[in-house]
Design a binder for this molecule. Structure first.
Ligand SMILES: [Zn+2]
Length: 307
């Protein structure tokens, strides 16, 4: 069975109790930021809905339904997949056919739509009808990190489960069961309580290089590293935009007066905008401009920025 992350235990218990009372909505949307494990919760919910020998804390893991699901071979579970960036109408038609058929295991049927916000307009329209009249015993679980991107009509027909990120203590505790050495100090704050993101950055070694980059930025802003050397090491780095955003917000802007904070954030936003809009932009030059501007802003007398 997919791991049910400890920070979702309250919501999962609530789902179990709604199932028991036969009051779980037939269309649900699980929403919340990336990297918190929403898909795993959708899987755990599907497992319970399909299990033939439901336990008080979830699926039994041993009945025929659980074994079939475990083998990735349960005819009453549809996990929509798409190879493209958008979830098209063909995938939703497949889902509609699935919901209209009879259950193979004489129980519930569950369809999971990951990245539901990537549905095209035609796909969303095709889904609406099924959401309006869900066949008996059929549950549709939409998963998204961008709830507002779903059309208002889709939203109005689904029960919303707003899942929040784990707090830093829970994240740290869970991470300690996965990795041996303690994570770098900045990581939990950087991942904003998205434990799966933190784990993946640790496992693929990115966390360490991000830590080095933060140190490098500190050295530059403290006058211990030349601009050219800083740019040379920063330019083209993976996650640079996210890390700069974090550094600017958490380290540079926080102690500043309001107007100066705004100026610092505006400089960063302009850099981001240019990076996506200007084709063939000289990235080293753009980064040089940004770092220079930030340093100037930080060195200016505070009075100048106060209204
Ligand atoms: Zn079972």
């Amino acid at each position: 069975m997919a791991e049910l992350y400890p920070w979702f235990q309250p919501q999962f218990s609530q789902m179990l109790s709604l199932i028991k009372q036969q009051q779980l909505a037939h269309a649900l949307v699980l929403c919340g930021q990336d990297g918190i494990g929403k898909s795993a919760l959708a899987d755990a919910l599907a497992a319970v809905l399909l299990c033939k020998n439901r336990q008080s804390d979830g699926a039994c893991g041993q009945c025929k339904s659980c074994l079939l699901r475990h083998a990735g071979n349960h005819a009453d579970l549809l996990h929509l997949r798409t190879d493209t960036q958008h979830l098209g109408v063909d995938a939703i038609r497949q889902l509609n056919n699935f919901t209209q058929g009879a259950a193979q295991q004489h129980g519930n049927r569950v369809a999971i739509i990951p990245k539901a916000d990537s549905m095209t307009e035609a796909a969303a329209n095709a889904l609406l009808k099924t959401l309006e009249e869900p066949p008996a015993g059929c549950f549709i679980v939409l998963v998204t990190s961008n709830y507002l991107q779903l059309s208002a009509t889709i939203r109005s027909r689904c029960q919303q489960w707003q899942l929040s990120a784990a707090n830093q203590t829970d994240t740290a505790q869970w991470l300690s069961t996965k990795i041996t050495k303690p994570p770098p100090a900045f990581l939990l704050e950087y991942c904003q309580g998205a434990p799966l993101k933190a784990l993946s950055l640790l496992e693929n070694g990115t966390a360490e290089s991000l830590s080095d980059t933060l140190r490098l930025l500190d050295e530059y802003f403290n006058g211990k590293l030349l601009l050219s050397a800083a740019v040379k090491q920063l330019d083209g780095q993976a996650e640079l935009s996210g890390l700069l955003s974090f550094y600017i917000r958490q380290r540079l802007a926080q102690p500043l007066a309001f107007l100066k904070q705004q100026a610092v954030l505006t400089a960063y936003q302009r850099w981001c905008r240019d990076a996506t809009r200007i084709i063939g932009q000289n990235s080293a030059l753009a980064l040089t401009d940004l770092l220079t501007e930030l340093k100037t802003l930080l060195q200016h007398p505070e009075a100048k920025w106060k209204s």
